[in-house]
Design a protein around this ligand. Structure first.
Ligand SMILES: [Zn+2]
Length: 564
């Protein structure tokens, strides 16, 4: 199929294109020079007076796997809140607002113009399930991050100071689970949680059994990640998440890896909002966003995503079991806990964020504050840590909020006054430009993930993932017309995935399946280390070593990124 997108205002920050009126050519699933497309044969889209940009890239969204499935079971009402009906020959049905069914998650992303997503937390042992669900998610390309911070085999090697075995075992785990990046969640915490301990573990606390600290875990993972030339840095949920005063722990964690690389990024701190709290109790909680942003503005080795919350019911789910247990006692509603042998422990707690609640107001402000105070939009990404802070379907709202101080003021009128006094958002003047929005939702996440050669831009050779929105930068004032901005990003005029029109006027018109991108290493895992791991498996695991490995043919459409 050939497409010619004519006369749109094109926003393509990776190629320095800022709203220029131009044509985009599409052929065989790739972006080509428009002169290569035959206008008589091609489908021509008139984009005059509309904006054209690369498909959205979500680098942190929990849409698949065991914990998402448990979330679906825990919130039966969620299935009635929101659903779509089957349209024969076009798309399937689906339900769920906060934890949508697999198909629906894909359709919803496509309706908004998003075309690539990363599921950011899968325990190796449960990753077969994660991939089975990702196989079902249509319309988007997918990546999966592997939870490794409390992995007993890796911690064994680390506690022996055997970094060689640690590195080769890490390669083996990533390849065996067809994953893309390393995820650390409250580093080390699943070990003390085995004995019901670990709540509030700080960066320099000792981890029983291994004689290690979270600091040693983070630093060594960062070093080996760098040595292996993985396309994405370590992706870290810091210690003490969700606990007042945790801002200091976050700053220490950022600083701990400052020497890992002389130049460039060495850590991505995820859902920073949950880790930016000052004060020592819920009663004197204050926003720590200025401290976090100040550190990020002065140091180039860190990237962040927001973890923005929104008001209403969310479902929190994380491999930070002690935190979820504590949150359950605050929320007093529902809780599910799960442990994965030798690997991690997780919890799921539905939670209601309330406008008049002081703490929830501070949380709401922090996400936006960090995004607005960090100067470099290439290192701060819009996320809601779906479904922890809010469903990903709120992105259009947060895009509008980033672009409009007036809209922020409208919402702040309804929030807790004490909460606003403990925040800095009321004093923040900055408004994102559309170019900056395209950076934070497309170009920058693609670059941080290391997929920017073929994703997140509209240059010749890129995958033809394109979104067209009903926005006219010459006629609209985005700061004032925030309602229109929100509407436009909620319903893409066109979403083009791999060169095919899959959404028109905000409705799915065709179902396609994207690729799952996984890493593979040029260097092979040392057979001696693998043999040693096999012996450990017999000792530690209830599953056999060979059953653990996910085969290539278990993934619907597998694409390897070769590292090293
Ligand atoms: Zn998350």
């Amino acid at each position: 199929m050939e497409l010619l997108i004519r006369n749109g205002f094109v926003y393509d920050p990776l190629n320095g294109v800022n709203g220029e009126v131009m044509d985009i050519g599409v052929k065989n699933g790739k972006i080509v020079d428009p002169s290569e497309v035959d206008p008589l044969k091609a489908k021509v889209i008139d984009a005059k007076g509309k904006v054209v940009m690369p498909g959205g890239v979500d680098m942190h969204t929990h849409i698949a796997g065991a914990k998402v499935n448990a979330g679906r079971v825990m919130m039966p009402g969620d299935h009635y809140d929101s659903f779509i009906k089957l349209v024969k020959g076009v798309h399937r049905s689906g339900t769920g607002k906060r934890t949508p069914s697999t198909f629906l998650a894909g359709y919803r992303y496509a309706k908004m113009g998003w075309t690539t997503v990363a599921e950011p937390a899968s325990p190796p042992l449960k990753t077969r399930h994660t991939h089975e669900e990702l196989n079902d998610v249509p319309m988007v390309d997918k990546l999966c991050f592997l939870l490794l911070d409390s992995n007993r085999i890796l911690l064994d090697y680390l506690s022996q100071g055997n970094l060689y075995n640690f590195k080769h075992a890490l390669m083996w785990f990533l390849e065996a689970s067809k994953c893309y990046a390393v995820k650390l969640v409250d580093p080390g915490v699943a070990v003390p949680w085995t004995w019901g301990r670990g709540y509030g573990m700080d960066l320099d606390d000792q981890i029983e059994l291994f004689g290690l600290t979270p600091r040693e875990i983070v630093v060594n993972f960062a070093k080996v990640n760098e040595e292996l030339k993985l396309p994405h840095t370590i992706h870290v949920h810091c210690n003490k998440l969700g606990i007042p005063g945790n801002c200091e722990t976050t700053l220490k964690t950022m600083d701990a890896v400052s020497g890992v690389k002389s130049d460039g990024l060495s850590i991505h701190i995820t859902h920073i909002q949950f880790n930016s709290y000052l004060g020592d109790s819920w009663f004197n909680l204050k926003s720590g966003s200025e401290k976090i942003a100040d550190y990020v503005n002065k140091h180039s080795h860190i990237s962040l995503d927001a973890g923005q919350i929104d008001f209403g019911t969310a479902i929190t789910m994380t491999a930070d079991a002690p935190f979820e247990f504590a949150l359950y006692h605050l929320a007093r509603w529902k809780w599910a806990g799960a442990e994965v042998e030798n690997e991690c422990a997780a919890g799921i707690v539905p939670f209601k964020y309330k406008k008049r609640n002081m703490v929830n107001t501070v949380q709401w402000c922090i996400g936006l504050e960090v995004m607005l105070i960090v100067k470099d939009p290439w290192r701060v990404i819009l996320s809601t840590d779906h479904p922890n802070g809010a469903p990903f379907t709120r992105y259009p709202k947060f895009i509008a909020l980033l672009m409009s101080k007036k809209y922020r003021e409208e919402i702040m009128k309804k929030l807790s006054k004490k909460g606003l006094k403990s925040s800095v958002l009321p004093a923040v003047e900055r408004e994102y430009t559309l170019y900056e929005i395209v950076i934070t939702t497309r170009a920058a996440p693609a670059k941080l993930l290391g997929i920017h050669e073929f994703k997140g831009h509209l240059g010749v050779g890129a995958d033809a993932d394109v979104a067209i929105y009903d926005l006219n930068p010459e006629e609209m004032d985005f700061s004032k017309d925030y309602v229109k901005v929100k509407e436009a990003f909620s319903k893409a005029l066109y979403t083009i995935k791999g060169g095919e029109i899959v959404v028109k006027d905000g409705e799915v018109v065709k179902e396609v399946f994207g690729e799952t991108i996984a890493v593979k290493f040029k260097e092979r895992p040392d057979p001696e280390v693998v043999k040693d791991m096999e012996a450990k498996f017999r000792e530690y695991y209830t599953v056999s070593f060979s059953n653990y490995v996910i085969r290539d043919e278990e993934i619907r459409k597998l694409k390897y990124m070769v590292c090293g």
